[in-house]
Design a protein around this ligand. Structure first.
Ligand SMILES: Nc1ncnc2c1ncn2[C@@H]1O[C@H](COP(=O)(O)OP(=O)(O)O)[C@@H](O)[C@H]1O
Ligand SMILES: [Mg+2]
Length: 278
């Protein structure tokens, strides 16, 4: 089990209010769990508890998080830093804000590789180029020498995904990672996540306010409302036999826009098959 959340509660210690009240899931290597719910339902705080970056005055008030079998509540700051990147990577909305605008993107990713993998500058550069190819940036050499403002939102998110997987983490958390992108690019990025999962065994936590997004890549879905898990189960069950009214609402919202388009799960099996032939 690479990641385990057991009845996690998160409290705002300033107000005493529990803003997340009971999130549990087990993530096996290569599996994908989705967390869906309206804005403010507690998705990001849940992710931040896993990454050890809860905002000041927020804490896990009960339950626990285990990464790679290890309860994280005892980790020191230094241990957290080591864990982030090497065991768990993360990408968020608005990739541009995570990059330095005055440094070429290749150099920024190479620096992550150099620090996390403790390799020479030259090896880090080569690895960054490999990573750019693996996130399907069309011309890695060209992109390497570009500044953030020269890249589209979709390309920037690919660069951030490359940085997040630079140290070969076992888990990637994508929190609203495609929300700011237009629909076509969003689909490409989700397809990339599914591809990385199929080819490297990376486990995914995909977080979105949009049920179609998590349904596209996840085997299991957790529906959060106002900090509570209202429904949880295999994606097909959630989509086709939703039990909770709130889940039905999330689905109906989409039927108006043509959810079917997104509901064809990415064919992970065929990608694994492809790999075996290489
Ligand atoms: N830094 C913060 N300070 C105060 N309240 C916060 C902070 N971050 C989140 N919250 C509150 O916690 C609740 C859950 O937020 P969040 O996890 O960001 O929701 P989601 O990601 O599902 O939109 C919300 O009511 C939000 O207002
Ligand atoms: Mg959020």
């Amino acid at each position: 089990m690479v990641l385990q959340l057991v009845d996690v509660h998160i409290r705002n210690d300033a107000t005493g209010q529990e803003v997340v009240r009971g999130v549990s899931f087990d993530l096996r290597p290569g599996a994908a769990v989705g967390i869906v719910g309206e804005s403010g339902s507690g998705k990001t705080l849940t992710c931040r508890s896993v990454l050890g970056i809860l905002p000041e005055l927020f804490s896990v008030s009960s339950g626990h998080v285990a990464v790679d079998g290890r309860d994280v509540s005892s980790l020191s700051g230094k241990e957290w830093t080591a864990l982030r990147g090497s065991v768990i990577g993360a990408v968020f909305q608005d990739p541009a804000s995570y990059l330095n605008p005055s440094i070429k993107v290749g150099a920024q990713v190479a620096e992550v590789v150099r620090v996390k993998k403790r390799v020479s500058r030259r090896a880090a550069r080569d690895r960054a180029l490999e990573l750019f190819a693996s996130v399907r940036l069309r011309d890695p050499e060209l992109v390497y020498h570009q500044y953030p403002h020269e890249l589209s939102g979709g390309m920037l998110q690919r660069v951030l995904i490359a940085a997040a997987v630079a140290a070969d983490p076992q888990v990637l958390i994508a929190d609203e990672a495609t929300t700011a992108l237009d629909v076509t690019v969003q689909a490409e990025i989700l397809d990339l996540l599914a591809h990385l999962r199929a080819t490297t065994g990376l486990a995914l936590v995909v977080v979105s306010h949009d049920l179609a997004v998590v349904a596209q890549v996840c085997d299991e879905v957790i529906v959060l409302r106002d900090g509570e898990t209202v429904e949880q189960g295999p994606t097909d069950e959630i989509l086709f036999e939703p039990r909770h009214e709130y889940t039905k609402l999330l689905i109906e919202e989409h039927l108006q826009y043509g959810l079917e388009r997104f509901l064809t799960p990415v064919d992970v099996a065929s990608e694994v098959g492809e790999l075996e032939h290489v």
